[in-house]
Design a protein around this ligand. Structure first.
Ligand code: ARG
Length: 549
């Protein structure tokens, strides 16, 4: 509604900013469904009496509008208008989602775990929020490159190679798993702490790898392949899929060039043997781009990465999804990237807050660094147990509900806030949870099964319950657009939850199957469109919608 009225203001008075204009529910239903009182505020700016402003706007509204009192605009949503909009939405393959991203390329860099380690619950947020943004941007027509910026290069590989050779049995080496890699890393790192000799050997293995030694390079490649294989097992469960896995190693050969360019442009300076970019003038401190031992770091690698992405994809935007402890890193490297001349590409950091587990901070020391795989299995186990109580032994269904619950528990919160993962909340059937939304969908499906085929036709939009639900359904496209604009899948989650609540008040107050045939079909059409929107919305969040629960 706000959008429609703002548009009418813009048409009546081109060139002014009307984004503040709001539509409120009518204080007295005799005067209509909504009202807008903002013409009064505009008298000064537009140098016109408020009534004259209101008249001009009302004349341009596509819905029934009357001017009253000093300049109130009373809006009545006529059933015919609502029905028309619903039919348009229902007939559109994209359910009204505006294809604003046509012809525009966006790189989304998310999940990006470090190789040779198992994913733990700290990896959920980047994977799930990034995955939802990926789907939402694609739905808006953007050409998305989902890029997993693996941590696949660095000193840990010297320790790993040494550990692989010395700390694993022949059998473990043959049937190498990420768990074994993690184990040999821990053992080798501990030995490196005790013995200088071991530490030196790790370093030598690293240098050999960096210099392209065939054997070490082959081992490294094997570690990466095994890691990706294990990550993909998690990604399959979480419904995310990457277009590329260009990890830090991919940018390694490009780093000297980036540093040379920084020097050429006079942006970098020597400081205590290291090469730095001084950003103190912008309040961003100092960023090291080459360490005193000659090695490059995270900043250098991200700079090379921007250069490479611009060259290969020429995106209009690159979106990075990481936890909020990396904010300074991204501010620094975005600033340096702009100084390097990357001004056309919009660089966006989507920082998310930390997640605690059942009220406790997640940390290795607390011993609650739960593996992602274990958390997902636990979710499935709990859902299977609940289903079993009702005599349902469908394992696949337990997975759909369990994974959906874990994902929704994250996506229903603003990414910027810290969140707590709590089993009761995640699995609650009566609250704002994944299972609640999935049940709502399954119930519409069973209603449709009972009702049978309904031919296309008019929607029920006469009663206040119907009107409210209908208006809410029409907001779906803007909820998707707003989620993308704010980089917050939670905007869409919130919309879907509210939609379910309005549906449920409608359904409780309006007999459907028992109504006389014409009304029954009209109401069924409203139910059907609700189901489609819920299914599409959950799909964009990466949550499956089983039709029977
Ligand atoms: N591997 C990093 C980490 O685990 C995240 C990488 C994010 N992407 C980037 N281009 N810096 O914290």
């Amino acid at each position: 509604m706000n959008g429609i009225v703002q548009q009418a203001f813009e048409q009546a008075f081109p060139g002014e900013d009307f984004s503040f204009v709001r539509v409120l529910p009518a204080t007295d239903p005799r005067f209509g469904d909504f009202q807008c009182n903002d013409a009064l505020k505009l008298a000064k700016t537009l140098k016109l009496p408020p009534r004259a402003i209101a008249e001009k706007v009302a004349a341009r509204l596509p819905v029934k509008a009357e001017v009253a009192g000093p300049g109130f605009i009373n809006i009545t949503i006529e059933p015919a208008w609502l029905d028309g909009r619903l039919r348009e939405l229902g007939a559109d393959a994209n359910l009204g989602i505006v294809q604003q991203g046509r012809g525009k390329k966006v790189v989304i860099d998310y999940s990006s775990p470090n190789a040779a380690k198992q994913m733990h619950i700290g990896h959920i947020r980047s994977t799930v929020i990034g995955g939802a943004l990926d789907r939402i941007f694609r739905a808006l027509g953007y050409d998305v490159v989902a890029d997993n910026h693996l941590g696949d290069w660095g000193t840990q590989f010297g320790i790993l190679i040494k550990g692989y050779r010395e700390c694993l049995s022949a059998d473990e080496r043959e049937h190498l798993t990420v768990a074994n890699l993690e184990k040999c890393y821990v053992l080798s790192a501990a030995k490196a702490k005790e013995s200088e000799e071991w530490k030196d050997e790790c370093r030598r293995e690293l240098v050999k790898l960096q210099q392209g030694d065939r054997e070490n390079l082959a081992l490294w490649k094997r570690f990466i392949d095994i890691s990706i294989g294990e990550f993909e097992r998690m990604y399959d469960k979480l419904g995310v899929k990457f277009d590329t896995y260009r990890g830090e190693s991919y940018y390694n050969p490009m780093m000297p060039g980036v540093v040379a360019k920084l020097q050429e442009l006079g942006l970098a300076e020597e400081s205590e043997g290291a090469l730095i970019v001084n950003l103190e003038g912008e309040g961003l401190g100092v960023a090291i781009v080459r360490k005193s031992d000659g090695g490059y770091n995270y900043t250098t690698s991200d700079l090379a990465c921007v250069e490479s992405r611009v060259r290969d994809y020429n995106p209009e935007r690159i979106i990075y999804v990481t936890d909020d402890r990396q904010q300074l890193h991204f501010r620094q490297f975005f600033s340096i990237a702009r100084k390097l001349g990357f001004k056309d590409v919009q660089l966006v950091h989507v920082p998310f807050g930390l997640m605690s587990y059942q009220g406790k901070a997640i940390s290795t020391r607390e011993g609650n660094l739960i593996k992602l795989d274990d958390l997902l299995s636990e979710a499935v186990r709990r859902c299977a147990a609940t289903l079993a109580e009702r005599g349902n032994a469908d394992e696949r269904l337990a997975e759909q509900i369990g994974y959906g619950a874990v994902k929704y528990a994250d996506l229903s919160h603003d990414p910027a806030t810290a969140i707590d993962f709590n089993w009761d909340k995640a699995l609650a059937l009566d609250g704002n949870s994944g299972p609640y939304l999935q049940y709502a969908y399954a119930r519409v499906c069973s209603l449709k099964d009972k009702a049978g085929e309904v031919a296309p036709g008019a929607f029920a939009v006469a009663t206040p319950f119907e009107k409210q639900l209908a208006l809410q359904l029409l907001k779906f496209p803007s909820a998707v657009a707003r989620a993308a604009e704010a980089y917050k899948p939670s905007v869409l989650a919130e919309y879907l939850y509210q939609t379910c609540q309005l549906y449920s008040s409608f359904y409780q107050n309006s007999p459907v199957l028992k109504s006389e045939p014409e009304l029954r079909d009209a109401r069924l059409r409203l139910c059907g469109l609700f189901g489609e929107i819920l299914r599409k919305g959950l799909e964009l969040l990466g949550i499956e919608t089983p039709s029977r629960i």
